[in-house]
Design a protein around this ligand. Sequence first.
Ligand SMILES: *[C@@H]1O[C@H](CO)[C@@H](O)[C@H](O)[C@H]1NC(C)=O
Ligand SMILES: *[C@@H]1O[C@H](CO)[C@@H](O)[C@H](O)[C@H]1NC(C)=O
Ligand SMILES: *[C@@H]1O[C@H](CO)[C@@H](O)[C@H](O)[C@H]1NC(C)=O
Ligand SMILES: *[C@@H]1O[C@H](CO)[C@@H](O)[C@H](O)[C@H]1NC(C)=O
Length: 489
Amino acid sequence: MLIKFIIILCGIQTIIHGSDDILFYGPGLQPQKIVMPARYFFINITSINEETYKPEIGRSIAVEIKGNSMNSAHCRIWTNVLDRKDGSFIVRYKVYETCDMMYINIYYNSKPIRNSPIKLKGPILPDQCVCPEQDFQTWLKNYECPLSYEQIDKDLKPFGKVRMKPLVEKIIEKYHNPESTSFCHYVVKNNKLYRECYGKHVGFNMFVDNILLSMARKVRLPDLELVANLGDWPLVKKITEPLPIFSWCGTDDTFDIVMPTYDITESTLENMGRVTLDTLSIQGNIERKWKERDARAFWRGRDSRIERLKLIDIARANPDLINASLTNFFFFRDKEKEYGPKIPNISFFKFFNYKYQINIDGTVAAYRLPYLLVGGGLVLKQDSPYYEHFYGQLKPWEHYIPVSRNLSDLTEQIKWARGHDSEAHKIAKNGQNFANENLLPQHIICYHAVLFSEWSKRIEGNVVVKEGMTHVPQPAFKCSCNNNDRDEL
Ligand SMILES: *[C@@H]1O[C@H](CO)[C@@H](O)[C@H](O)[C@H]1NC(C)=O
Ligand SMILES: *[C@@H]1O[C@H](CO)[C@@H](O)[C@H](O)[C@H]1NC(C)=O
Ligand SMILES: *[C@@H]1O[C@H](CO)[C@@H](O)[C@H](O)[C@H]1NC(C)=O
Ligand SMILES: *[C@@H]1O[C@H](CO)[C@@H](O)[C@H](O)[C@H]1NC(C)=O
């Protein structure tokens, strides 16, 4: 059995047959190679789909993940099965200590499926272990990351080769404006992280710290330097000299290099942790199948853009098409009487009791789009100059329905969706598939990894830690990196 698995697990995109109609696959089946805060894999009963699914089927799958650690017969692991209600399941698990041997048991109607248990030889590390043993290129391959991304190539193109010292000086001179901008200059040297921050509101540097530290625990990062913008808006207008600033949101008229948003990055790093809304959890918390959903568009959010107020007007005039309300007033406090009362948030999971989901920019791009897509909502997306790292891959009418910036065609598009339910359902499914192929935790980590790797290749000269920079340490965690280190504990 073990030998068989070693052979099977060598292939990339490994699919294991649990019976003639049960497949399982995903990064969580290679926990020795792919270290994540929460590992995950998929089980697919291929004979069942959304139409034929019944709740009994959800109850018929059980997963038990056990192991032993270096110094005990039980390795601490928390397992969570998410039922996608279409015959497929996401299994998430979190490893709290280094496991020596691990067994993944999958049962269907209380019987182990074929090829279960999967036996995996450790060390299987928890995410907090600082064990950067591999070089970057090997690690990228092991992690099954793509070699490149179009958006990254496009973003880095203006920069050719760079000498960071003069560029960072220029950025500080030009963009250091404590009242309105906040950014940090980061240095990774010998896999240690240093930063120096500028501006009044630098709390968001924790998101950049967290992803860099997380990567540095797994792999020896190349020495590199970058400036990360902590504000909402991209900074480097195209009418000026291109200076390399990494931002969470891009626009057509700026040079900023786009990183996955702090929101989706945090939900990746805190999966099965502090954050409960992420691209995996949503898929297990949807209550209604497509045909059971209310055939109206749904929206909740705060008043961060004028079109959001306009949406309320449109919704009031068309209650049979749209259910929309503001949950908070901050930008247009004087309009609260007119557009209020504000109503309490509802759980994001409940958004999917409706078929159509409206995505309107907030201060910049609305960072909820990954979640709307993965929930299988038909997204009505406002045209926008703002984009996140993955928008370039999305196509109107394939993954979402476009809506003009001034929302003038919103009701028309909703009526179209109502009149073309199977096409609308197909677009919603395409959006969900896109999210499953591009926006799950593995993909978010890969995007950062390829971005940092490509960026480091462009940096010329020695990377030096500037005097006065703050060292950002790894969080303290006791861990043994391999089976021979038992004594360290
Ligand atoms: C499950 O497998 C079937 C057959 O390969 C496929 O058509 C279906 O899309 C898969 N389901 C999911 C959710 O991936
Ligand atoms: C709008 O949605 C909320 C949450 O689903 C619901 O409680 C409310 O009744 C809906 N309003 C209308 C007019 O349908
Ligand atoms: C509603 O959600 C917003 C954004 O996620 C959050 O800032 C706010 O605190 C929430 N309010 C309540 C009452 O939960
Ligand atoms: C809304 O935008 C469209 C183009 O996207 C334009 O044709 C139309 O005139 C605009 N409507 C209003 C009321 O501004």
